[in-house]
Design a protein around this ligand. Structure first.
Ligand code: ADP
Length: 445
């Protein structure tokens, strides 16, 4: 087992990883920017190292500074968390070259899945269904026109290096294609330094269903069921739930087992998520995330398994030690992503927390690094808390979520809690009848 782990991240996820380490008897090293000197993960860690100024490029993305911090604190392993360097293959490689374990997949797997064109081809060859689209990258607008005409409008132009919904543009009709193609390339170039794009059929009313996977280094892989992440704004998740109101046990087993088989077949290790669109009873793979995800919490709530603990355990080389049949699903869980933003305009709202009270009680979990008097810095992602609830039934879960939102006080800044309150009061949400476009329609009313 590792004795000491460096957490190369910040915010709630750094705290989440710290908690798993503590429970495993592992010491933690927090790294932080100058803007995060007072952050909760820094306060709770056994040791901390300042790795640079506020700008993420100079701190949380500063590979030499992070590796130096790991060397001077003499850690065994580095956990990259979510975002920042978590899907940076070069970082994973350098971590291992410097003699530390990387708590994540191999650099090769990060690379394969990080390029969505290669990822789709890889899983397609293993028998997974994918969204119909171009065979590979589409280098010219003329070729884009040809492919789009073949697959039929509407189409979606997507960045091969995509993430966070960036570099994705819809063309509903042929006359919109040229502009969508150029916009997608421009956005991809600006966001990822890589303007390679591909084309997919734009599905009209799909749900976003993803499978949580965990593989050890010895060829075993299990799944922890699905999460329904269809409540989205600008292709970004807002609320997630598990299980999906749209799937039955048979469909869950079908897609879960298929994803696990495919993950084992590529020799993957660690946690990962395969994302699918689901429409009219059919699944279509869109991408694989080779890291922990924000919404891993709801899978933990319905299975009782600490996924970060498992992730760390398999990174030491330990075998899973259990099979798919040992994973049981109980009850229902929903997560609300609480952002420091105006709930209507989504303009970021950093600043000092003046009055903080987190909800509690049976089945309520708040993953957050907030505390009264804490100053939310303006430099990073606006996710400040994850409100996660569990109930024996979906209805109990919804009632519990409603009262938890009522209890939650985050003073001094604006948050998206009122948006969550509104969403969960909607009949479509209560009935579970929503797709990936539902929230945007609701907000445009
Ligand atoms: P990113 O990596 O940028 O998050 P994804 O490929 O995971 O991009 O897609 C993000 C979201 O965009 C999906 O959850 C879905 O809502 C929407 N989306 C992606 N591909 C399609 C498609 N072919 N048709 C309709 N919506 C799509």
């Amino acid at each position: 087992m590792f004795e000491k782990v460096l957490i190369a991240n910040r915010g709630e996820i750094a705290l989440r990883i710290h908690r798993a380490c503590r429970e495993m008897g592992i010491q933690t090293v927090a790294v932080h920017s100058t803007a995060d000197a007072d952050a909760m993960h820094v306060r709770l860690a056994d040791e901390s190292v300042c790795i640079g100024p506020a700008s993420a490029r100079d701190s949380y993305l500063n590979i030499p500074a992070i590796l130096s911090a790991a060397a001077i604190t003499n850690v065994d392993a580095i956990h990259p968390g979510i975002g920042f360097l978590a899907e940076n293959a070069q970082f994973a490689e350098m971590v291992e070259e410097h003699g530390f374990a990387f708590i994540g997949p191999t650099a090769d797997h990060i690379r394969i899945m990080g390029d969505k064109v290669t990822a789709k081809k890889t899983v397609m060859d293993l028998g997974l269904p994918v969204v119909p689209g171009s065979d590979g990258p589409v280098p010219t607008v003329e070729e884009a026109e040809k492919v789009a005409a073949e697959i039929g409008y509407p189409v979606l132009i997507k960045a091969a290096a995509g993430g966070g919904g960036k570099g994705m543009k819809v063309a509903k009709r042929p006359d919109q294609l040229r502009e969508a193609y150029q916009l997608a390339r421009g956005e991809a170039r600006a966001a990822f330094g890589n303007d390679e794009v591909y084309i997919e059929k734009y599905l009209a009313k799909p749900r976003h269903i993803e499978i949580q996977l965990l593989a050890d280094m010895h060829g075993s892989c299990v799944h922890f069921g699905e999460r329904d992440c269809s409540v989205q704004r600008r292709h970004q998740k807002v609320i997630e739930e598990a299980p999906s109101p749209a799937l039955n046990a048979e469909q869950r087993a079908f897609i879960g087992n298929l994803a696990a088989k495919c993950t084992a077949a590529i020799g993957y290790r660690g946690v990962g998520t395969m994302e699918f669109l689901y429409e009219e009873g059919k699944f279509y793979f869109i991408e694989m995330n080779t890291r922990l995800q924000v919404e891993h919490t709801i899978s933990e709530m319905i299975t009782g398994v600490d996924l970060v603990r498992e992730q760390i355990r398999v990174a030491t080389g330990a075998p899973l030690g259990y099979t798919q049949d040992d994973i049981r699903f109980e009850g229902h869980s929903i997560e609300c992503r609480v952002n420091a933003e105006n709930p209507e305009t989504f303009i970021p709202s950093p600043g000092k927390i003046d009055g903080y009270h987190a909800p509690g009680g049976l089945g309520v979990r708040v993953d957050s690094a907030l505390y009264d008097g804490y100053r939310v810095p303006p430099h990073y992602d606006s996710l400040i808390a994850k409100l996660v609830v569990h109930g024996t039934t979906r209805n109990e879960c919804l009632m519990r979520l409603r009262r938890s939102i009522e209890e939650y006080v985050i003073g001094g800044i604006q948050t998206t809690l009122p948006l969550h309150e509104r969403i969960i009061a909607e009949a479509d949400f209560i009935n579970g009848t929503y797709d990936i476009h539902w929230l945007e329609h609701l907000m445009s009313k």
